[in-house]
Ligand binder design. Structure first.
Ligand SMILES: Nc1ncnc2c1ncn2[C@@H]1O[C@H](COP(=O)(O)OP(=O)(O)O)[C@@H](O)[C@H]1O
Ligand SMILES: [Mg+2]
Length: 250
């Protein structure tokens, strides 16, 4: 039987909130739990998902090549050597020729759904054309924010752009949460949920080890003892419809 996968856009508005980390870590967690997962970098010109996944220089063809018919999906995706079932479809390193249209992206994602259980679309910062491309064919969106005011305001604006998504298809992830911050600002998480107006999918703690892992291209799930890894694994379970309690931030 043909798969009927889900395409999930990971967005934020503000840059640097942790979208790329989220896509690589949750993508790895989903693959480890037996799913076929495609991580799709939508950041034309500033792609870096290949780095986070440790797949630099492996991808020769990008999503524009597939969307515009220069190669097949099968030819363009790269499987992770250490995580079976985890694939990357990279973004063009620079824009050449015509930009991929929303219609072309939607057609690409229709094919992606027949081959993969999950496709995580790593959106660029901002609400421009890259954001539109990442969300135009998605079934669900996850807004990644940190708990600070400017990130939350951008999340709010992002949510307004996503109004056309049906109820239940938008979720919030609060990243880089510190216990101290939670204690001192008591209502921060509730504030975040209220401000964004979205249900919470997960909370990811601040974790110094994350940067190191991503720079070495080791998906964090393979690195033991990282607190953030547990958070990403929990989120992967919730994406698949499972229930786990919110991670206790230490
Ligand atoms: N939970 C976290 N703890 C510590 N550092 C983090 C965390 N999440 C993201 N970072 C760091 O923040 C920076 C930006 O993350 P990235 O995933 O590239 O954001 P984006 O894709 O939204 O621009 C990276 O250096 C990353 O390692
Ligand atoms: Mg990014």
């Amino acid at each position: 039987m043909e798969r009927q996968g889900q395409c999930i856009a990971v967005v934020s508005g503000k840059g640097g909130t942790g979208k790329t980390s989220f896509v690589s870590c949750v993508g790895a967690a989903l693959a480890v739990s037996g799913r076929q997962v495609l991580c799709l970098d939508c950041d034309v010109g500033l792609r870096n998902l290949d780095l986070a996944l440790g797949l630099t220089d492996r991808a020769l063809m990008d999503f524009s090549d597939v969307a515009q018919g220069r190669c097949t999906l099968r030819d363009a995706v790269v499987e992770h050597p250490k995580v079976p079932g985890l694939y990357l479809l990279t973004a063009p390193a620079r824009l050449r020729g015509r930009a991929v249209t929303q219609t072309q992206m939607q057609a690409l994602l229709r094919e992606v759904r027949t081959r993969f259980d999950y496709c995580l679309l790593d959106a660029p910062a901002g609400l421009g054309s890259g954001f539109q491309l990442a969300t135009c064919g998605a079934d669900r969106c996850i807004v990644v924010t940190t708990a600070d005011a400017s990130s939350l305001r951008d999340a709010q604006h992002t949510v307004m752009e996503l109004e056309h998504f049906p109820n239940g298809s938008l979720h919030l992830v609060v990243n880089r949460v510190r216990k101290k911050m939670l204690r001192s600002m008591h209502a921060t998480l509730d504030d975040a949920i209220d401000k964004a107006g979205l249900p919470l999918l997960g909370v990811v703690p601040e974790d110094d080890g994350l940067n190191l892992c991503l720079n070495r291209g080791v998906p964090i799930l393979l690195a033991d003892g990282l607190l953030a890894a547990a958070a990403y694994r929990n989120i992967a379970i919730r994406i698949q419809g499972g229930r786990v309690p919110l991670l206790r931030i230490r």
